[in-house]
Design a protein around this ligand. Structure first.
Ligand code: APR
Ligand code: PHB
Length: 402
């Protein structure tokens, strides 16, 4: 508990109480540290659990640059790889490369969230900053007042954290979103009737990240390292991991990719397998009194486009800068504008992710009109440079507001 101000037994005073130690919470703590602001991070799971979660792995140029500014460049370059764009393949059609580099001059950066999470934990531990693991009963108190505090149970004892602000980085089902009165915040939501089944396999990946549309559904070939690949297939909502043996997964995946691609895919036993439903959620505004939402607590994007981690990074960059302006200069303009600024990128990412999802997936009850629309957009993409450039710009993500 180094660097934590203990007022009296089990009462801690800090500037920002951060709930959730995923990438949003841990990067926010790092950003605050870099501005000389102290925080206490509370996480209900163990560090091992958080670091073993497998999520997406593509960073936008601007978010990877931000991580470099915050000192993670050397770690990122050990494992990550710049990518010019992403391939789309479609059985009976020409391939299309979303050429981010050609149209925007930027590059994407392939870097698994798991590696970033590890780097964030290492930096946190090295700094001696507090991280309260395996907490339970986290409760937010007086958040609409100027003296909010958080209570929780840690190592069998009740603790109280007095703070100036609370950062809700505890995901879509966390206590922070539940602490906001339902008549105060609007929730925009969309569910899809399908999920992604993903596996990790110790085999060299394809050269490019490759999205595939097939009449029976979507597939994706992704990558983590030169010897570690991640693959996904669209499966009906409600399917469970237990329904899918490795053999069944590979049969479906290889059948979806055109032969020219599938013959290059190296199959093998999965070392991880998980299912994620596709949905979109946006909460507005992202602030209630002294509580600010960031990362998955603020929004969920469908994974198509890999925007979730990018948004978590940009949210906490805006929020960290806003807190810094408040503590260093007494300015409230950053915290007052946080919600509006962050939501611009959030809706841009929702727009891109929804478009890519509709282009690449097939709904079980899809009507012929929707199929024609998909075909029309893909034909446009293959033939029209303006459409190619527009998609590449959206895929690269909007610039960060300085
Ligand atoms: N108390 C403390 N911690 C909690 C609580 C709680 N009541 N509820 C949830 N948490 C923790 C979870 O255990 C988790 O570790 O909050 C953390 C939230 O982390 P993430 O789910 O990784 O969310 P975030 O940090 O916002 O990262 C967003 O993760 O889901 C992906 O696509 C998403 O890449 C994006 C990134
Ligand atoms: C991934 O690397 O897991 C990944 C890549 C691209 C996506 C989604 C996920 O659009």
């Amino acid at each position: 508990m180094k660097a934590m101000k203990l007022i009296k037994d089990n009462v801690i005073r800090t500037q920002v109480a951060i709930v959730g130690a995923g990438p949003a919470g841990m990067l926010l703590a790092h950003i605050l540290r870099s501005h000389g602001i102290d925080s206490v991070v509370m996480e209900r799971r163990t560090a091992e659990h958080v670091q073993s979660r497998i999520r997406a792995g593509v960073l936008e140029h601007d978010t990877s640059n931000l991580l470099r500014e915050y000192g993670f460049g050397p770690k990122m370059d050990q494992i990550g790889k710049p990518k010019n764009g992403t391939m789309i393949v479609w059985e009976s059609e020409e391939d299309h490369f979303i050429d981010v580099h050609k149209w925007t001059g930027k590059r994407m950066f392939a870097y698994g969230q798991t590696y970033l999470t590890k780097a964030l934990y290492e930096a946190h531990m090295a700094s001696g900053a507090p991280l309260l693991e395996s907490v339970s009963d986290v409760t937010l108190n007086d958040i609409a007042s100027e003296r909010p505090y958080v209570t929780a149970c840690h190592e069998g004892r009740s603790i109280r954290i007095d703070c100036d602000f609370i950062a809700g980085c505890d995901g879509a089902r966390g206590i922070c979103v539940q602490s906001i009165p339902s008549n105060y915040q609007r929730v925009f939501e969309k569910q899809y009737p399908f999920s992604w089944l993903g596996i990790m396999v110790e085999r060299p990946p394809l050269e490019e990240f490759t999205y595939c549309f097939h009449n029976s559904g979507f597939a994706l070939a992704a990558q983590r390292t030169p010897t570690l690949s991640r693959y996904y297939i669209q499966v009906p909502a409600g399917n469970r991991v237990e329904d899918w043996s490795d053999q069944r997964f590979w049969d479906v995946l290889l059948n979806r990719f055109p032969l020219r691609i599938s013959r290059k895919i190296q199959t093998g036993p999965s070392i991880e397998k998980s299912i994620a439903p596709l949905r979109s959620i946006v909460r507005e505004p992202l602030r209630y009194g002294r509580l600010f939402l960031a990362g998955d607590s603020a929004h969920i994007v469908p994974p198509t486009g890999a925007k979730g981690l990018n948004l978590a990074i940009s949210d906490v960059h805006y929020l960290g800068t806003a807190f810094s302006d408040y503590f260093k200069r007494g300015s409230t303009s950053g915290i007052d504008r946080y919600s509006e600024i962050a939501l611009r990128r959030i809706w841009a990412a929702q727009s891109l992710s929804t478009r890519l999802t509709m282009l690449l997936h097939r709904c079980p009850d899809e009507d012929p009109f929707e199929s024609k629309l998909r075909q029309a957009y893909y034909t446009l993409l293959l033939s029209d440079e303006t459409a190619q450039s527009a998609l590449a710009h959206e895929y690269a993500g909007p610039p960060l507001v300085k």
